[in-house]
Design a protein around this ligand. Structure first.
Ligand code: AMP
Ligand code: GLY
Length: 424
């Protein structure tokens, strides 16, 4: 079977790497891909949101399964379009992807189906939003309704900061139409975890738990990023909490979406806040997490093509996931300046040496070929991912390989996985 993976980040490299292991796969294309992906798949110069060109390509090449990595094409309805053309595709349709594409839709759905989440109010009028903010106490969280590449959330420590955020989104229109509606919500304390599951709209088949490291600096300090590293499993999600998440979050959400006429097929990702044994939903994503996909797919032993086909055909109840019991850790190497301004085109050294390390895979996120050299081409550049007998072992292996690699301005956190150790 020929496969097309849509996207160009570390998540897509991990998907290509995992799909390559399936005995059913004869060829993999990736659009647009990156330098690392080009070693495993044929990269095609079509953008991830160029839906018609992607469908034409899949038809021309006789692609048997297209896997969508990022949220933007899902929100634009790439799955609906592919289905209309008779193409098999993994991911939720546009109406179900609204769960990530509109925070107002998501919050209203959670409220309607009594799924635990932060208190909130939504606004289309800036003056009303500012008036509401004045009556609250800080900290307070202000979010754009629509997608803003992870930048549409401000955790305001003061009322003044919350007002600045409202003005940034609604007056300055920093994220365009995405900010024409905002959600203002209660600040939740606790520890975050990522809970990802496959679902065919009925059966919910959870992947192992994982935890991202959103902040740029060690100790979770500084501004949020797309994610500076991840590990799996996340010991903060105990067995009892796992049951709680399935019963109070995942199953009711999937049921609720179906009842609303938006049956969900694909990977459903709940971003959770856990505090004193109580779970609340921070967000839903309609796709694999990045970087969570890297440590998760490294632990998955089951053939990913089999799972994805079962999702598409609505027979996920027939599948069980075989998971490597060993923990995995992914250290993200980023460009200096990220998540602010950074430069592309820096030559990356040490990739071959790092690649020789046992139990390590260097997933590429923002890289490109420049002649014979691999250069940086994005804020998050690499995700060095290791599997070990213990979390400590996996951390050690990941950092040893990371230390082989460098470029001008390269930056990474030194404490990925430490929270898992502290908990033991
Ligand atoms: P979101 O995209 O909604 O998950 O928000 C991105 C990040 O902002 C989350 O991973 C949290 O770190 C933080 N965040 C969002 N909502 C809240 C909240 N209600 N309370 C505390 N932190 C939040
Ligand atoms: N790691 C966070 C995300 O994928 O949205």
């Amino acid at each position: 079977m020929k496969i097309l993976v849509v996207g160009s980040g570390g998540r897509e490299h991990a998907l290509v790497w995992k799909l390559r292991q399936s005995p059913r796969v004869t060829e993999i294309y990736c659009a647009p891909g990156n330098a690392g992906i080009s070693g495993l798949a044929t990269c095609v110069a079509i953008g991830a949101t160029d839906i018609e060109a992607l469908a034409d390509f899949a038809q021309q090449k006789g692609v048997g399964l297209t896997v969508i990595g990022p949220e933007v094409p899902l929100s634009l309805g790439i799955v609906d379009y592919f289905e209309e053309k008779g193409l098999r595709v993994f991911g939720p349709r546009r109406n179900a992807a609204t769960l990530e594409g509109s925070k107002v839709f998501m919050k209203d759905l959670l409220e309607k189906y009594h799924i635990p989440s932060a208190f909130y109010a939504t606004f289309t009028d800036r003056e009303e939003a500012l008036g509401y903010v004045e009556k609250q106490s800080a900290p307070l969280v202000v979010k754009t309704d629509g997608l803003a590449a992870g930048k549409g959330v401000v955790v305001a420590q003061t009322i003044a900061e919350a007002k600045v955020a409202v003005n940034l989104f609604m007056k300055e229109k920093a994220f365009g139409e995405a900010g024409s509606r905002v959600v203002i919500e209660e600040f939740l304390c606790g520890e975050e975890a990522s809970f990802l599951a496959f679902t065919d709209g009925e059966t919910v088949l959870p992947l192992p738990t994982s935890q991202d490291h959103k902040a740029i600096f060690d100790g979770d300090k500084g501004p949020n990023t797309g994610g500076m590293g991840a590990y799996s499993p996340a010991p903060v999600v105990t067995e009892a909490l796992h049951r709680q998440v399935m019963e109070t979050v995942m199953l009711p959400t999937v049921k609720g979406l179906a009842a609303e006429g938006c049956p969900y097929k694909g990977v459903l990702y709940a971003g959770l806040m856990i505090d004193k044994g109580v779970v609340k939903v921070l967000e839903f994503n309609c796709r694999f997490g990045d970087p969570e996909a890297q440590p998760l797919l490294m632990r998955l032993r089951t053939d990913l093509v089999e799972v994805m086909e079962a999702v598409i055909d609505g027979r996920l109840s027939e599948i069980s996931l075989e998971i490597d019991p060993r923990p995995t850790v992914c250290v993200v190497m980023a460009a200096g300046g990220y998540p602010g301004k950074y430069e592309n085109g820096k030559v990356i050294h040490g990739l071959a040496k790092a690649g020789e390390h046992k139990d390590v895979v260097v997933f590429h996120a923002g890289t490109a070929w420049q002649g014979d050299a691999v250069v940086t081409n994005g804020g998050r550049v690499l995700g060095v991912t290791a599997i070990g007998d213990t979390v400590q072992d996996a951390i050690g292996k990941a950092y040893k390989a990371t230390e082989e690699i460098g470029w001008e301005g390269c930056y990474y956190r030194k404490d990925i996985g430490r929270k898992a150790l502290d908990r033991k």
